[in-house]
Ligand binder design. Structure first.
Ligand code: ZN
Length: 196
């Protein structure tokens, strides 16, 4: 019989300090960075997310893992055409170079803010730049869910959460739930874990 040690996968939740600290750029993709990306992929998959950023994994590094589904049909942006077939994808040091004036408002959730979702206004299109773990430079214009997901994850790298971007009255309505989440989170050191 073959035994494999169980591994603990952690998501840091609302109230955790690491979620509020700007993450550091990655100067070199070391084996540790690859291992971190692998753990983040697995965590994202276990918790059923489509995007996950270093700080959510307790890692203050500019690393994002993506598993954006689609496209669901219709016209797609060049970025979606390029990147969606390459999911799951890990990117490092992303930059948003430009955002469209056109915005839309879509309901968002976050693995670090479980069971809470709310409408967030964001640019419909972005031009972004990043590197893959193999050093390939990506630069493209994205729309759709991918653009939204990238903006959400990019915010994480700067210590920003989607609840920071809500309309005032929406935030006010959610505040009691967020306070409860923070209170229960504190008892578990702001960690949500799965051991598999
Ligand atoms: Zn999030």
């Amino acid at each position: 019989m073959f035994f494999r040690p169980k591994t603990k996968y952690t998501v840091y939740t609302y109230g955790a300090e690491v979620l509020r600290k700007p993450a550091a750029a990655i100067s070199e993709v070391t084996p540790e960075i690859r291992e971190t990306a692998a753990v983040m992929f697995r965590t994202m998959q276990l918790f059923d997310g489509i995007g996950f950023a270093g700080p959510q994994s307790g890692v203050g590094k500019r690393l994002i893992t993506l598993m954006v589904p689609g496209p669901s049909g219709g016209a797609v942006s060049p970025g979606e055409a390029l990147l969606l077939p390459r999911m799951p994808l890990a990117i490092i040091n992303p930059e948003i170079i430009a955002v469209s004036d056109v915005t839309d408002i879509v309901e968002e959730g976050c693995l670090s803010i479980p069971r809470i979702s709310a409408p967030v206004e964001r640019a419909q299109f972005i031009r972004f730049r990043a590197l893959t773990l193999d050093g390939e430079a990506l630069e493209c214009e994205c729309g759709g869910l991918l653009a939204r997901c990238l903006q959400h994850e990019f915010d994480h790298l700067n210590g920003i959460l989607f609840v920071d971007r809500l309309a005032k009255e929406v935030f006010r309505d959610l505040e009691p739930q967020l306070q409860r989440l923070q209170k229960t989170g504190r008892k578990k050191d702001f960690k949500k874990t799965l051991t598999v």
